[in-house]
Design a protein around this ligand. Sequence first.
Ligand SMILES: Nc1nc2c(ncn2[C@@H]2O[C@H](COP(=O)(O)OP(=O)(O)OP(=O)(O)O)[C@@H](O)[C@H]2O)c(=O)[nH]1
Ligand SMILES: [Mg+2]
Length: 421
Amino acid sequence: MRISKGFIKLFFGSLLFCLIAQICWLVLVRHQRQLRLDSYFLERSREASSGYDSSRKRQLNQMLKLSSNTYIDELHDENRRKEFVRENATLLMLVRNWELTGALHSMRSLEDRFNKDYQYDWTFLNDVPFDEEFIEATTAMASGKTQYALIPAEDWNRPSWINETLFEEALQLMEEKNILYGGSKSYRNMCRFNSGFFFRQRILDQYDYYFRVEPNVEYFCDFPYDPFQVMRKNDKKYGFVITMYEYEDTIPSLWEAVEEYLEETESKDVDMENNAFSFISNFDFFGKSFGVMDSNSDYNLCHFWTNFEIGDLNFFRSEKYIRFFEYLDSTGGFYYERWGDAPVHSIAVSLLLKKDEVIHFDELGYKHMPFGTCPSAYYLRLQQRCLCDSNHPDNIDLNVISCLRRWWKDGSGKYFLKHNS
Ligand SMILES: Nc1nc2c(ncn2[C@@H]2O[C@H](COP(=O)(O)OP(=O)(O)OP(=O)(O)O)[C@@H](O)[C@H]2O)c(=O)[nH]1
Ligand SMILES: [Mg+2]
């Protein structure tokens, strides 16, 4: 039987095709297996490396000296924290009865983040008597003792020597200019009280330190320490979290009054070598050339935002502070203008204290509408279970209206910039 050439060609052609197809299929299968293996090993290696990373991170996190202003090993030590000794201090809120809900929100936040572990007393001040509902609800919310005081009328009301005609004119003018609280009489009483009278209330006589709390504020992070203890152990007399520029329209002649006070007292209470004068003044190149806010005086308008402040009451009770306050008060500026307690405290602190007696608590996340501050260190935010985003536009520290960069430069600075160990 003769096999045709055509048949042989077809046979070997098919054989070759089958062979090539089989080889291709084998290559494809191997390739896919390789891909599966690759992805398997990649996955395993990722797991191993992330496992290693996270255990390394945890180790690092324990050892790491976090970027903090108040880093003191023993205060960050959980076990030692349990053996705390309470300082002679109180949480302090000036508040109205109708602000109860806001007061409870602030209390809840501060209790959860700090005070439940320490049980500091809460002191509440008001220019009218607190009602039963307020007392009951705030007492229930507090982990520590609560106490309530009525402010004497002479510490709160407008003094009789204020010229009523000038006062009414000032109110009207500021209202027309749409200045925040410019037309409010009670706001002026509040600012004057917070500037010169809160620390004279009998109920505070027993304490050395106060921590000012306002209704409707929030504390974003667990406190890594007792700030009162930090103050005492490090000889700090004033602590803040936010600093920014003031509206100049509320204090047109405040700096003039401060200059007169300095002249009148021959600057005897002021130590220019060691205070933070340069933080609030416009004299240097930075202030003159890159001033963010226009100021018509040598005061650059920087102030500590006093809705959060932790202070040494003995500083405010001191003769030098009283002298400073009484001078300013005698000009009537709290009423003829609308001087806030924030610029008044801040100027006093910057003139009368050493700059190293002022502390920036940069680990304490905080919000009072419309601004907040959130710790910038990632691990610190994890460690303190912060509920905030340091890159959020509401974080004032990144905003041009913050004076924090000035504080780092002219105040007591960042911890690691000023300390060797
Ligand atoms: N008892 C009493 N407390 C007041 C009065 N006015 C203000 N306060 C309290 O003083 C503090 C400051 O007042 P705020 O109204 O918060 O003033 P602010 O922080 O400048 O402005 P906002 O919070 O933006 O309204 C808060 O704790 C208020 O509860 C008042 O007339 N009587
Ligand atoms: Mg407020």
